[in-house]
Design a protein around this ligand. Structure first.
Ligand code: CDP
Length: 214
């Protein structure tokens, strides 16, 4: 029986939509680990902490109380919308490259799964680092232009599709070249991961491909 599902892939590939659909289908909860990194990045910006001060950022991450569910809260403050702004998009990869931030969040992510014994977890390093024993690992990708168009449909912050595309490419570059738990390319995904390219496919088609793997 499939109890733990890992979904990884680059920015805007449709991981959240897929993770929610798989979670609903299996009657499991979903954990969006990107929202946790975003919550730390938002706190860094909000607190005026220098993102380059790795010790201060690590210390901040360790003491934040982060709840990720239908709403996202940090120390009890609802930041659901605040973590999805262009400013957080720009800052999050540097914060996620911080080894202390990763240690703290990966530990919470593993505890989240251990406490439930099941769940659908999405991110960049879930099948490779966080949950290498997941029952099903999906690596979801799509062409950059399509990812940017989808993201433009979700955001209303004045950025053009071309600007969003540049931002996504920059974030993917930072996420794949960092030292700790980088986002791997499709050629280097975990041996047991199923690679799905969602370019030109509806959310339903992608879900059907995943369900066929169960
Ligand atoms: O939604 P989108 O695909 O744009 O990104 P996200 O899943 O919300 O993740 C935001 C950022 O968090 C990524 O660009 C990574 O820098 C970082 N992240 C990570 O390092 N490891 C994870 N497991 C999840 C996200």
């Amino acid at each position: 029986m499939t109890k733990v599902v890992a979904i990884d892939g680059p920015a805007g590939a449709g991981k959240s939509t897929l993770a929610q659909a798989v979670a609903d289908h299996l009657g499991l909860e979903r954990l969006d680990t990107g929202a946790m990194y975003r919550a730390v990045a938002w706190s860094v910006l909000d607190g005026g902490v220098d993102p380059a001060d790795t010790a201060a950022v690590g210390e901040l991450a360790r003491r934040l109380v982060i709840e990720v569910g239908d709403r996202v809260t940090v120390d009890g403050r609802d930041v659901t919308e605040k973590i999805r702004t262009a400013a957080v998009d720009r800052a999050v990869s540097a914060v996620a490259a911080n080894a202390e931030v990763r240690t703290s969040l990966v530990d919470r992510q593993r505890r989240w799964v251990a406490g439930r014994g099941a769940g659908v977890v999405e991110g960049r390093d879930i099948g490779t680092v966080v949950l290498p024993d997941a029952d099903l690992k999906i690596y979801l990708t799509a062409r950059t232009g399509e990812r940017a168009r989808r993201r433009a449909g979700e955001r209303d912050d004045g950025r053009s599709v071309a600007e969003i595309e540049t931002d996504l490419q920059r974030r993917d570059r930072l996420d794949s070249t960092r030292h700790h738990s980088p986002l791997v390319s499709p050629e280097d995904v975990a041996d047991d991961a199923v690679i799905i390219d969602s370019t030109g496919k509806s959310a339903d088609e992608v879900l059907r491909e995943v369900l066929a793997c169960l």
